[in-house]
Design a protein around this ligand. Structure first.
Ligand code: SAM
Length: 208
C-alpha cells in the first residue's frame, strides 16, 4: 500500500523551540537517558549532535549528564522528534540518524518509523551517502523494516547483529544481558535519491 504524504506544513513548533544553523549534524531520535549520545559526544567532540528525547524524566537525566561533561557541540533536546525535525532541519543536512531501540506498541504498526509518512521527510534531511541506523531487539520489527526498505523506500541497507558485549544504550545492555538477539539496519541514502520534501525549508518555529 503506498504511504500517504507527511503533512509537514501542519506541524506545530515544540515549546521553546530554537532554530539551528544549516551546518552538518548527527541526530539521535529517542535518546533516552543519553548513554549513546554522551559516548558519541566524547568520541567525536567536534561533531554537532542533537539528541532528541520526549520523555521529561529521561531528558532530564541526559541533560544532567551533559552538564557534567560540557561540550558545545552536544545538544540534548526535549521534544517530540517529528515537530522538532520539521521545524529545525534543512534538506540534506544530516550525516547520520540514530534510532536505537524505539520499542513501538506491538499492535500499533503506524508507530514504527519505516511505516510512517514522516520517514520520507527524514530521508529528505539526510545528505546523499548519509545513513540511518535503526537497532531493535524485536526480530519482527527488523524484518518488517527490511520489507519497507525493499518495497517502499528502495534504499540499500546492511543488516548487522549487535555483538553480545556491546553497551551503547541502557536498553541494549538490558536486552543483551537477557540473551536476546539485537540487530540493526544500516540504511544508506544513494546519490540522486529524491523525495517530495527536497525543497522544503525548515519551519523555524513559524506555526501553521
Ligand atoms: C525504548 S526507549 C530507548 C531509549 C534509548 N534509545 C535506549 O536504547 O536506551 C525509546 C525512547 O524513545 C523515545 N521516543 C519515542 N518516540 C519519540 C519521538 N517521537 N520523539 C522523541 N522521543 C521519542 C521514548 O520516550 C523512549 O525514551
Amino acid at each position: 500500500m503506498p504511504i500517504r504524504q507527511f503533512q509537514a506544513q501542519r506541524m506545530v513548533a515544540p515549546r521553546q523551540f530554537k532554530p539551528i544553523e544549516n551546518k552538518p549534524v548527527v541526530i539521535e531520535i529517542g535518546a533516552g537517558k543519553g548513554k549513546h549520545a554522551l559516548l558519541f559526544a566524547q568520541q567525536y567532540p567536534d561533531t554537532t549532535l542533537y539528541a532528541i528525547e520526549r520523555t521529561r524524566e529521561k531528558f532530564d537525566a541526559m541533560q544532567k549528564q551533559a552538564t557534567l561533561t560540557p561540550n558545545s557541540h552536544f545538544h540534548p533536546i526535549h521534544a517530540d522528534a517529528l515537530p522538532w525535525i520539521t521545524h529545525a532541519l534543512y534538506p540534506k543536512q544530516v550525516s547520520t540518524f540514530y534510532i536505537l531501540y524505539p520499542n513501538p506498541e506491538p499492535h500499533n504498526s503506524a508507530q514504527r518509523w519505516l511505516n510512517m509518512p514522516f520517514f520520507e521527510f527524514l530521508l529528505s534531511r539526510l545528505v546523499e551517502g548519509g545513513q540511518i541506523i535503526l537497532a531493535s531487539n524485536i526480530v519482527d520489527y527488523i524484518a518488517e523494516a527490511e520489507q519497507q526498505l525493499l518495497q517502499v523506500w528502495k534504499l540499500p541497507y546492511e543488516k548487522q547483529t549487535i555483538a553480545s558485549d556491546s553497551s551503547r544504550t541502557h536498553f541494549e545492555v538490558k536486552y543483551l544481558a537477557r540473551g536476546e538477539l539485537c540487530q540493526q539496519l544500516v540504511m544508506t541514502k544513494p546519490q540522486h535519491y529524491t523525495t517530495r520534501f527536497d525543497d522544503f525549508m525548515p519551519l523555524n518555529g513559524v506555526n501553521p
